[in-house]
Design a protein around this ligand. Structure first.
Ligand code: PRX
Length: 649
């Protein structure tokens, strides 16, 4: 923003390689600055122009209708997202690979844009035949197989709203999400592969549907061929179904603000929130950011290693790349299967040019060592990206030197499920980068670090990261809970969108995102609510009370520590600790499994009965307490916890 002076950088930064800049879409920091200023002064003109990146059936009459906290973008416009991501590329690029899919066992299948259109249309027709109508919500619970993006695009084609639930979630977590959105159809697979093991998705789906009467049908992709239970009349095999339908399906004409998808994410309470995204604004900004943050060209091979079950996969495996007619690599399995060189093997095999991964993955690669690169030619990679959590400068440098050979810019992209697309990031041909900083807000994004009153804090001081103006791919509401939408995002800081992140802005106007200020934690980039894990723990008959905090973890960023008080008569054994961790995996999924369970006689509470997480956090992180304990009800509780830890060690 105005703090930024492109002519001076106070601190050392790494300039983009000249060769990269000379060919880039935005090729200098002055160019960035001009674009950013223009977009801030005239946001509607700027975003109106970007609206031309997509194809409209009826062009919009007005770019923005803003009545805080509700935005409507591209008012009056009509479009179809699946048409934009598939059909519109066919004339020029019909035989270009859209998806380059690699199975965990190494099998490779390529889908051209023509093939993708046929498959999307067949499945769209099948859903229509099953009674799915415009506005109905369809749950998708799948492994990383091609049918997943096909199902999403088929929903978009007929105006159904997809709700993808990450395949690592367990049956109760799936049931909660299906229930909340009153889904009509569930699409899943008999199972998925992870490190050669079969993950029995259909079994979890069956379990979930016991409590989901709104779901009338379950479509099942045969992936593993393992035997599964079958409910006649409800369950249908994907293959048998799609074969019955033609490969053409007129895309539905949809309003710019027609809901495209719901994606559940964790917030401060135990109940996950259904973040609702709509069609045009989301697509425009995904298309724009894909082009500019990744400096996308026609001949790029783009690989985003995220799972489509998270927003990164939605925006940068499916909608962003496909809307641009790009070729996308999609990999089914784990990065260390069968060996730790798997990612470099894939990058070599498909000639990947842009590699977008998580900070956790980079730290894991660094821990595994550079010998895993031997024998794999990854020299085609020209740009690296990272997302999901702060990346520490040491990991950044390793990424830059070892994977990027000091020739590839790194885009550290800050954004959220709620923001829909990247909001703060370097532009790779323009922005000098500082290891560990997401750098500058993208053009059109009014980001700022403020105090609780909404006043900007001084450079180098910590404050809250807010976005002061609406942007096209912003969430429109929390599905079924507009009040929570208002409360969580629009009432903390006057007039601005509250991100929930703490950040600093340095003298150069560069943003340094420090982490969450709420009860959300990030384990290996996965967003989890401490309250959700606590509810899972107290649902166990041995547990009286639980408090969950995070401690730093060298690879995963954060790890879960659970403090548990047992019910009278329960024995605090190591077996019970394990058993409680298993219980959390069963209720939420293995991603939420505590790294450590610690028993306590009492949890430290304030006199009004609030658990003092700050103290527990300190205890989990440092092993002792030095902070202020004057409001503590029972000082003995925390002392006993600290001592107990000492004895265990
Ligand atoms: O805390 C920030 C962190 O991830 C949160 C959003 O998580 P989620 O909705 O799961 O979306 C992740 C993928 C877009 C943010 O509030 N975060 C995301 N990217 C970065 C980051 N923290 C620091 N640097 C980033 N680049």
């Amino acid at each position: 923003m105005s703090e930024f002076d492109p002519t001076i950088l106070h601190e050392a930064a790494i300039p983009p390689p000249e060769e990269f800049s000379s060919r880039a879409r935005v090729s200098s920091i002055t160019e960035y600055d001009a674009l950013h200023r223009y977009a801030l002064e005239k946001p509607e003109e700027f975003w109106g122009e970007q609206g031309q990146l997509i194809e409209w059936i009826t062009p919009p009459e007005k770019t923005l209708e803003w009545k805080l906290p509700h935005a409507q973008w591209y008012v009056g416009g009509k479009l179809n997202v699946s048409y934009n991501c598939v059909d519109r590329h066919i004339a020029k690029h019909g035989n270009k690979p859209a998806l380059l899919w690699e199975a965990e066992d190494g099998t490779a299948i390529e889908f051209t844009y023509c093939e993708l259109r046929d498959l999307v249309c067949r499945f769209a027709n099948a859903m229509k035949d099953l009674g799915v109508k415009k506005g109905d919500v369809v749950a998708i619970y799948m492994p990383m197989i091609p049918e997943l993006p096909i199902a999403m695009l088929a929903c978009a084609r007929i105006g159904a709203v997809h709700s993808v639930v990450f395949g690592g979630f367990s049956a109760p977590a799936l049931a909660d999400r299906i229930h909340d959105a009153k889904c009509k159809l569930l699409i899943t697979a008999d199972g998925g592969y992870r490190r050669g093991r079969v993950i029995p998705l259909k079994e979890s789906a069956d379990e979930a549907l016991k409590s989901c009467p709104t779901v009338k049908h379950m479509v099942v992709v045969k992936r593993t061929g393992e035997p599964v239970a079958w409910q006649q009349g409800r369950d249908l095999w994907w293959n048998e179904l799609v074969d019955q339908f033609p490969e053409t399906c007129e895309p539905e004409v949809l309003d710019a603000e027609h809901p495209l998808f719901i994606l559940y994410t964790s917030g401060t309470t135990g109940k996950p929130k259904g973040v609702l995204h709509t069609s045009a604004g989301y697509l425009v900004q995904c298309t724009w950011s894909m082009q500019n943050v990744f400096d996308l060209r026609d001949d790029d091979i783009f690989w985003c290693t995220a799972d489509i079950g998270w927003v990164t996969g939605h925006s940068y495996i499916v909608y962003g790349p496909l809307s641009n007619g790009a070729s996308v690599v999609m990999y089914e399995g784990a990065p260390d299967h069968p060996k730790r060189d798997r990612f470099w093997r894939i990058a070599d095999r498909y000639n990947v040019t842009i590699f977008y991964s998580s900070a956790t993955a980079v730290r894991a690669f660094m821990a595994w060592g550079k010998q895993w690169l031997e024998g794999h030619d990854i020299s085609k990679i020209r740009l690296l990206g990272t997302v999901g959590e702060p990346i520490n400068p040491a990991a950044w440098k390793w990424y830059y030197e070892v994977i990027g050979r000091k020739q590839c810019p790194i885009v550290d992209t800050w954004w959220q499920t709620e923001t829909g697309s990247i909001l703060i990031s370097p532009l790779p041909g323009a922005t000098p980068t500082k290891p560990g900083s997401a750098c500058l807000p993208l053009p059109g994004i009014a980001a700022r670090v403020v105090n609780m009153q909404g006043e900007p804090v001084k450079p180098g001081e910590t404050g809250y990261l807010v976005i002061e103006k609406p942007w096209p791919s912003m969430l429109r509401t929390i599905y079924g809970d507009d009040e929570r939408f208002r409360r969580d995002y629009w009432s903390r800081i006057p007039g601005a969108y509250f991100t929930g992140d703490a950040a600093q802005c340095d003298k150069d106007g560069y943003f340094w995102v420090l982490g969450r200020v709420d009860d959300v934690i990030k384990v290996a980039g996965h967003r989890l609510s401490t309250m959700e894990i606590e509810s899972a723990l107290v649902s166990h008959p041995s547990v009286a009370e639980a408090a969950v905090v995070a401690r730093p973890d060298e690879i995963k960023g954060e790890a879960i520590v659970a403090f548990v008080t047992l019910r009278a008569g329960q024995n605090p054994t190591p077996e019970l600790k394990n058993h409680l961790s298993d219980h959390v995996s069963k209720i939420i999924g293995t991603i939420a499994r505590p790294a450590e369970v610690r028993f306590a006689d009492l949890l430290p509470k304030t006199r009004s009965g609030k658990i003092m997480r700050r103290l527990l956090r300190e205890l989990a992180q440092k092993g002792g307490i030095s902070g202020d304990t004057t409001t503590l009800e029972d000082i003995g509780a925390i002392e006993r916890l600290a001592q107990q830890k000492g004895q265990e060690e």
